[in-house]
Design a protein around this ligand. Structure first.
Ligand SMILES: [Fe+2]
Ligand SMILES: [Fe+2]
Length: 243
């Protein structure tokens, strides 16, 4: 918390602080909860992966942070408060937990597969989609994660995702926005290539349908811009809580 509160993203030119209570005031409750939850997730990742996969896992970790921030921003934008911002954030961060589990189970072939860009459209990719969604859902269920989050992990590649829960539609959409966030004028990532993966192929018409389903079709650029403007704090979160 102190590291985050004293980072350029949060401190600007303000004087450094050394008390956690002051850090919490500077960061605000939302950021503190987000950072704490992210840290717990990162600790799990750190314990689960081998040294040789650290750089790959770190890249995925940054990607999931971008997805979580996009999901939270979309939830914030929805006027009917159908999905809590914290739920959208957690679901965005954990939706691909099955991918991490597969990397832990089959380090070499999975690392090759992810690093080479997922081989979209191939039978291998279809098998990966089935495996990581089922495994992710089963893990989250076993860990007694709220069922809404496990549902997102199961459904986020489903062809019928648009008829699933609002949280699933939000994460599906957020998961397609990495490239737009990284390329946005307001983005200031030091190393954008480090988190430019994503377990989907190119954006499809389903994106427009998802935007329409959520009623935010006109706001995409503003929304992406808001996440892009947070790029330094996202990167800081990924660095402070480095795997
Ligand atoms: Fe996925
Ligand atoms: Fe994903």
């Amino acid at each position: 918390m102190l590291g985050l509160a004293n980072s350029v993203a949060f401190a600007g030119s303000a004087k450094p602080i050394f008390k956690v209570s002051e850090a919490i005031v500077r960061l605000g409750a939302d950021t503190v909860l987000t950072a704490a939850f992210s840290q717990l997730t990162a600790q799990w990742l750190r314990g689960a992966c081998k040294q040789s996969e650290r750089s790959l896992i770190h890249a995925l970790w940054l990607e999931y942070l971008v997805t979580a921030h996009c999901a939270a921003e979309i939830a914030r934008r929805l006027s009917d408060e159908e999905v809590e911002v914290s739920l959208a954030y957690a679901a965005g961060l954990l939706h691909d937990v099955g991918t991490i589990a597969l990397i832990c189970a089959q380090p070499e072939p999975m690392s090759r597969f992810v690093r080479s860009g997922y081989d979209f459209g191939s039978p291998l990719y279809a098998g990966f989609v089935r495996a990581h969604t089922r495994l992710g859902g089963a893990l989250l269920h076993r860990w007694r994660t709220p069922s809404e989050i496990a549902t997102v992990a199961v459904c986020h590649h489903s062809k019928s995702v648009l008829s699933e829960s609002a949280a699933s539609i939000i994460v599906f959409l957020a998961d397609h926005l990495h490239g737009a966030v990284l390329d946005h004028d307001r983005a200031g990532f030091e190393n954008p290539e480090a988190c430019r993966s994503g377990c989907f192929g190119d954006a499809t018409q389903m994106i427009m349908a998802a935007l329409a389903a959520l009623g935010i079709a006109d706001d995409l650029d503003v929304l992406v811009g808001r996440v892009a403007a947070e790029s330094r704090s996202i990167e800081m979160l990924g660095t402070v809580i480095h795997l």
